[in-house]
Design a protein around this ligand. Structure first.
Ligand code: ADP
Ligand code: ZN
Length: 447
């Protein structure tokens, strides 16, 4: 059961699930990581894939790992490796021991599969329970899970963690906004889990039904599964009058429960007893300097059925320095900037969609939905940013519209060094996705 830890002399309380591991001393944590890493190598060596890869790297047994630093001698595993190994080339246990499989949502191509034993599911559930408790949510909360319950890990992952915490769980799954609102009203939902884009859409739908968010019992939201800016988090918090916590995970590392914000929202605590996380330069593959942005690479430490060594996530982030006031020693990641393959090259300039979102969400007249479109005009790229406007702040004056278009265009130019064509759309007119938002449409020919 979730506990509250009182930090003596500091007059503060911190909600916590598993104090022994969450407040573990660094040295003890590293000893644990090393022991788990050796076990993981032993599991990995049961797959022909890693037998070959590890042999190529000169490693034949777990004892070849003398210290945690030796993780750097292990081979990388890529998404393509997982695709080639599909469906069972990376299965490290007998099939009878496997109780579930999940696949990635396939945002960027053929899916990948991850198998779980009952032990793996129990470990995963515990990690999610820690995340939930760290936000101050408790068994007294009513939790409505608005993410898909299929192969996508967001549904079942959060579901089991929330049950473990003892919350009343409403397995609403994604979509059907009218019913989501009805459930929230009937059962006084106090915590939701959804993609940030879906929560913004839900807010517009509430307004459409004449429901004030304050009439609901909502207190907290867990938001993740897609990149979003600090501005988007603030927008969600102020629109609903709640606290929103960033949740990071990927199906290759179980799903949700990898890293999560605590009540202090100072970055996402990564559960280091379950993962070794490195940040590397995407081209040199060398570790980046402390605090520099690079690609997240992760090694599972507790997974039997599909151990993964140095998995290249393609997600970009950096470590947050210093200590979190909550006292947890598990290091914190900054919010994910995007994927290395999200980067757009527009007339030779590198642009991340998150930079565009950040500026849009800082503009009060901008509504909750937007779309980035790339076109080719002759030999030049053209960037079109389509954005909905906030009905409450807009008067309908055509001069004001022209002025707003120009203001947004200039704001974006100063941030990304490319001047976009800005199109303003009525609220609710741009396509909405029930799962991960599709924000970029690239209409440029492939060559
Ligand atoms: P797919 O890789 O097919 O999208 P997943 O469902 O495994 O399938 O998605 C995981 C990915 O979603 C992560 O690698 C990351 O790119 C993105 N993601 C998950 N959580 C967050 C978050 N909090 N912030 C930004 N991106 C996130
Ligand atoms: Zn903290």
């Amino acid at each position: 059961m979730a506990q509250v830890r009182i930090i003596k002399g500091k007059d503060m309380t911190v909600p916590v699930w598993n104090p022994a591991i969450e407040f573990i001393e660094r040295e003890a944590l590293e000893r644990l990581q090393l022991a788990h890493l050796r076990k993981t190598i032993a599991w990995a060596l049961k797959t022909p894939f890693y037998q070959r890869r590890l042999a190529e790297a000169g490693l034949t047994c777990p004892e070849d790992i003398a210290s945690l630093r030796d993780v750097r001698n292990l081979p990388y595993t890529t998404k393509d490796d997982l695709r080639e190994a599909y469906p069972d080339g990376l299965l490290a246990v007998d099939r009878e021991q496997v109780v579930r499989l999940h696949t990635s949502s396939g945002t960027t191509g053929t899916p990948t599969v991850i198998y779980h034993t009952q032990h793996d599911l129990d470990r995963w559930t515990e990690l999610v329970a820690r995340c939930i408790a760290a936000t101050g949510a408790t068994r007294r909360d009513v939790f409505q899970n608005m993410t898909n319950y299929g192969l996508f890990t967001g549904g079942l992952g959060l579901h089991y963690g929330a049950e473990r915490v003892g919350m009343l769980v409403i397995p609403a799954s994604s979509g059907n906004t009218g019913r989501q609102i009805q459930l929230m009203r009937n059962f006084q939902t106090s915590v939701v889990h959804a993609t940030p884009s879906y929560l913004l859409h839900l807010h517009s739908a509430l307004a459409g039904e004449g429901v004030e968010p304050g009439q609901l019992g909502l207190r907290k939201a867990f938001i993740g599964a897609e990149p979003h800016s600090e501005e988007t988090r603030r927008k969600i918090e102020s629109l609903f009058g709640i606290d929103a916590y960033n949740s990071y995970g990927l199906s290759e590392m179980n799903g949700p429960g990898v890293a999560f914000e605590c009540v202090y929202k100072t970055g996402l605590h990564l559960w280091e007893d379950a993962y070794i996380l490195e940040i590397i330069h995407t081209e040199t593959l060398q570790p980046v300097a402390e605090g520099e942005t690079g690609e997240i690479v992760m090694t599972t430490l507790q997974r039997q059925a599909t151990p993964l060594l140095r998995y290249r996530t393609r997600d970009l982030s950096h470590w947050v320095s210093g200590h979190c006031p909550c006292g947890r020693g598990h290091r914190r990641l900054a919010r994910i900037k995007g994927r290395s393959d999200d980067m757009l090259i527009i007339n030779g300039v590198n642009v991340f969609p998150s930079q565009i979102e950040d500026r849009l969400m800082k503009t009060p007249e901008v509504g909750v939905n937007y779309l980035i479109q790339l076109e080719k005009r002759g030999s030049l790229d053209r960037l079109v940013v389509k954005t909905e406007i906030d009905a409450r702040l807009f008067t309908g004056d055509p001069d004001a519209l022209d002025d707003l278009r120009e203001r947004i265009s200039e704001l974006l130019r100063s941030a990304i060094l490319v001047k976009p064509v800005v199109e303003l759309h009525e609220p609710g007119s741009l396509p909405v996705s029930e799962g991960k938002a599709q924000r970029v449409v690239d209409l440029r020919p492939a060559f």
